[in-house]
Design a protein around this ligand. Structure first.
Ligand code: PMP
Length: 381
């Protein structure tokens, strides 16, 4: 046969989980997962999501017809408002086109392919390091990916809107302002990946600030939004791509080109996840309840950071571990090297990607001591 029979051994969170599942040890710990877990180590379905689903199920007028190519219109409008701000001049002036896509990944892919077809430059500059899927998504979308950042006039630049994955290190607002000025002066096209809005600071508006700074100057940008983390809708695959243009007529033409990208790729996006999001975003009470649940998740992660930091300090573990409490979002970039990671997996049954990235959401007060013991052992070995 001609089908490839080989496989690659990459160190992505999905592979880490496969190895973790095979390990029979009762003390095993999976810190590779890119999904939120409760203090009990369980996946979480938000209360507001359950409520929204009940509303949807009990509405007998709901049908399962295809959505338009661009997805659910109300979802698109509400998503643009959520990320750009309800009072965004770009929305008011009809300069934004938003299409529902298959979560963050699908939004990046559609945006990438649109740029590959229509933008005057075919190279996207991506951070080093970055989420492991970025280079693959953009390469298959038809762009060249380059790093580090020494880009010619007009290049496309990928920016993590908040909670940079994997480092957990974000620019300050002052630094974002410098980045904005520099990028605008070189005519660079910002493509924001917003996979963690609300998850970093606990506030949806705070986490969207960098994007809003770029939109406020009247220039163009692309934004890929995901509801996987902040609404816990991982497997529903719900996200949006917004393209902010300089004029309303351009936004209209961009939308028609986006349809030409989407139609042969998957025809139209799924209905259920976007409907859940629309129910929550349109209802003030559900929206407020969502922000509280979101803050609850963000706060638990921050608390895990403090507990791990304290546990290492209590053990007198050599090294400066303040980055654990300084970093932002779901992940901590520990600084552990691949050899140390594999030692911790072998001796302590702790699983993580080989770059030393651990998911704080996979930790609990019960498992922090075990992780601290393992880190202490490996750095004093
Ligand atoms: N961008 C970044 C930086 C991510 O970490 C993730 C999820 N791990 C995504 C995009 C996309 O996730 P999804 O397709 O599930 O929305």
């Amino acid at each position: 046969g001609y089908l490839p029979t080989f496989s690659f051994s990459f160190s992505f969170s999905f592979d880490v989980t496969v190895a973790y599942n095979k390990d029979p040890s009762p003390i095993k710990l999976n810190l590779g997962v890119g999904a939120y877990r409760t203090e009990e180590g369980k996946p979480l379905v938000l209360n507001v999501v359950r409520k929204a689903e009940q509303q949807l199920v009990s509405d007998r007028s709901r049908i399962k017809e295809y959505l338009p190519i661009v997805g659910l219109g109300e979802f698109n409008k509400l998503s643009a408002k959520l990320i750009l701000g309800a009072d965004s001049p770009a929305i008011r002036e009809n300069r934004v086109t938003t299409v529902e896509c298959l979560s963050g990944t699908g939004s990046l892919r559609v945006g990438g392919e649109f740029l590959a077809r229509h933008y005057h430059q075919k190279t996207i500059y991506i951070p080093q390091p970055t989420w492991g899927n970025h280079p693959k998504i953009f390469t298959l979308a038809g762009l060249f990916t380059r790093r580090p950042w020494c880009c010619p006039q007009g290049s496309i630049v990928l920016l993590h809107a908040c909670a940079h994955n994997p480092t957990g290190v974000d620019p300050t607002l002052e630094q974002w302002e410098q980045i904005r000025k520099l990028m605008r002066s070189k005519g660079l096209m910002p493509f924001f990946d917003s996979a963690y809005q609300g998850f970093a600071s606990g506030s949806l508006d705070t986490d969207a600030k960098p994007i809003r700074m770029f939109v406020a100057d009247g220039g163009e940008c692309l934004v890929a939004q995901s509801y996987a983390k902040n609404m816990g809708l991982y497997g529903e695959r719900v996200g949006a791509l917004s393209i902010v243009c300089k004029a309303a007529d351009v936004a209209g033409r961009v939308e028609s080109q986006l349809k030409l990208v989407i139609r042969p790729m998957y025809s139209n996006p799924p209905i259920h996840g976007a409907s859940i999001v629309a129910v929550i975003l349109r209802d003030r009470n559900l929206f407020n309840e969502w922000t509280l649940e979101l803050k609850g998740m963000a706060d638990r992660i921050i608390s895990m950071r403090k507990q791990l930091f304290e546990a290492l300090r209590a053990r007198g573990t050599p090294g400066d571990w303040t980055h654990i409490i300084k970093q932002i979002g779901m992940f901590t970039f520990t600084g552990l090297n691949p050899a140390q990671v594999s030692y911790m997996t072998k001796e302590y049954h702790i699983y993580m990607t080989s770059d030393g990235r651990i998911s704080m959401a996979g930790l609990s007060s019960k498992t922090v001591p075990h992780l601290a013991d393992a880190i202490h052992a490996v750095v004093t070995k």
